[in-house]
Design a binder for this molecule. Sequence first.
Ligand SMILES: [Cu+2]
Length: 180
Amino acid sequence: MAVPPLFCYAGSGNEAVAMQDREGAMKPLTGLLGMVLVVMLAGGAAAQEKAPEPPKMTPEKQKICEEAEKRYQKIYGHPSGSLKKKGIVVVKMFKYTFCPPQVRVKPGTTVRWVNVDKRTSHSVWFRDTGKEESERIFPDPEEMVEMKFDGPPGEYSYLCGPHWKAEGMVGRVIVDLKAP
Ligand SMILES: [Cu+2]
């Protein structure tokens, strides 16, 4: 988000330098200032807003996610992975866990969150991007959250609004050109 204004800034700097007829000497300096600004902005954002790391795949989480997949298949009648050929990657919400906690997807992929719990509702909140929290999603095959990731490659951490703090229910989507 911070990149376009910075590019404008660097551009107007170069124009000013050209008018002074000192292109050769000044241009590298302008470039360097631009880089310093980028680093500072990135550092500031990381310190203030970064969502917690998604949980590691412990044996306990692995078991929860295996159970979540079984429940998914029972409810929807197909393995969650079978939607991948349609460009959809499914993340199940179950027992305060995003299953899997981290997905790596190609740009243009739609990530779909579904709740396979018995009673608990969950949400999907990309707080760091300034996006609003999704509605609370109940264990109902009619309810889901979908987001298409056609923005720039990068790592996008997200939270479950009601459970990230007490239960550590957090996840991450990595948008990667080299994703399988
Ligand atoms: Cu939750």
